[in-house]
Design a protein around this ligand. Structure first.
Ligand code: MLT
Length: 231
């Protein structure tokens, strides 16, 4: 069974869960782990992130709310902050408006991995080999539906539908949306509310960058409290 969910209304413990927040949390996580970050620790609250300052170790602290870097933190959620130069060999503690929230709601899943256009093929190939039910958790925006996460879920489904998965209606709908969008992802996703939000903040380049397909191969997986590279 293969399903995309807005928020985990499903019994997540029965699934391998993929967390999806294309603009920008899961793109940045995939990029950071592929660029050699030792781990990314996702936390729900800004205060939890700030608390790592006191832990005495060399953490980079990243916090985003409503698309902006929270003041006092090293950086936010732009993929350009997760380059080799910035994160290789480091542990990043990250809180974002929706992405890290969706991850925490899914904590009781069998396994949690992170997906974005960056690792689409690597992720889909791995999912196809697992013989597990898959729940594609679309972070959306403040518990509402969004297009970009659903279109990405449709792209994963496109690559997996030749396997023996049973697609539920939300999987069929996501895959249909992907058929509409696939030949012009950036044109189609330009109409999304989060594109508008990020444009107002002057960070269109992040939107364009997050739509690069297969520029990474790492699959971030949650181990304990940390996202690390799946071995
Ligand atoms: C989120 O987690 O809500 C986001 O990725 C928002 C953003 O930083 O663009």
């Amino acid at each position: 069974c293969l399903s995309p969910a807005l928020i985990p209304l499903y019994a997540v413990e029965e699934y391998n869960v993929v967390i999806i927040d294309i603009f920008r949390a899961t793109s940045s996580i995939c990029y950071g782990i592929d660029n050699g970050a030792v781990a990314i620790i996702p936390v729900s609250e800004v205060e939890e992130c700030a608390a790592y300052r006191e832990k005495g170790l060399d953490y980079l602290l990243a916090a985003e709310r409503n698309g902006e870097v929270v003041s006092g933190f090293d950086f936010g959620n732009s993929p350009f902050s997760y380059t080799k130069e910035k994160v290789a060999g480091k542990t990043v503690v990250l809180t974002t408006t929706n992405g890290t929230h969706a991850l925490h709601l899914s904590r009781s899943a069998k396994k949690i991995v992170i997906g974005s256009f960056f690792n689409l093929t690597a992720l889909s190939n791995w999912l196809g080999q697992q013989n597990q039910n898959i729940l594609l958790v679309c972070a959306g925006w403040k518990n509402n539906f969004n297009l970009e996460d659903t279109v990405f879920a449709g792209a994963v489904i496109e690559r997996l539908k030749c396997n023996d998965f049973i697609l539920d209606d939300s999987a069929i709908a996501a895959n249909d949306l992907y058929q509409i969008a696939k030949n012009d992802l950036s044109g189609y996703l330009a109409k999304t509310s989060h594109s508008e939000r990020l444009k107002k903040l002057g960070i269109e380049k992040d939107i364009a960058f997050c739509l690069n397909i297969d520029i990474t191969t790492a699959i971030p997986v949650l181990q304990g409290e940390k996202l690390v590279k799946l071995k």
